[in-house]
Write a protein that binds this ligand. Structure first.
Ligand code: SF4
Ligand code: SF4
Length: 124
């Protein structure tokens, strides 16, 4: 009984060591290519600056700021869309709620930086 248990355990170890396909990648040389919820991107041609994306954000990570010297318009080029990647939890609500499908979460996921200020990124 005792020996059978040891042999079973050994068999699992040998099977895993020799036959199981690796699930880890040699990052950064290798990267997964399946979709992530990564850094947002605003399509300024479609966006109507309704602000629903920013209002829907549960952690206030998304801000729409009027550019200096620009009029208040419905043109997204007159605004800076900023996301705080240090607060964002990649829930995707901002993308889901956009009535014009102008907000997208991209595959960009490498956003680490050394200061909090640099974590705030422009997405339009
Ligand atoms: S919800 Fe869509 S259309 Fe409205 S401001 Fe955000 S990106 Fe633009
Ligand atoms: S993904 Fe979620 S947390 Fe991040 S900016 Fe959009 S709504 Fe906010």
């Amino acid at each position: 009984m005792f020996i059978t248990g040891i042999l079973k355990g050994l068999w699992v170890t040998i099977k895993t060591a020799l036959f199981r396909k690796n699930v880890t990648l040699q990052y950064p040389k290798e990267r997964r290519d399946h979709p992530y919820r990564g850094l947002q991107k605003v399509n300024t041609k479609e966006c109507i600056v309704c602000g629903m994306c920013a209002r829907s954000c549960p952690v206030n990570a998304l801000k729409i700021e009027q550019k200096a010297g620009r009029e208040k318009t419905r043109n997204a080029d007159d605004y800076d869309f900023m996301v705080n990647t240090g607060s964002c939890m990649w829930c995707g609500l901002c993308e889901e709620i956009c009535p014009k499908h102008a907000m997208h979460l991209t595959n960009v996921y490498e956003m680490a930086d050394y200061t909090r200020e640099k974590l705030i990124r422009k997405i339009n």
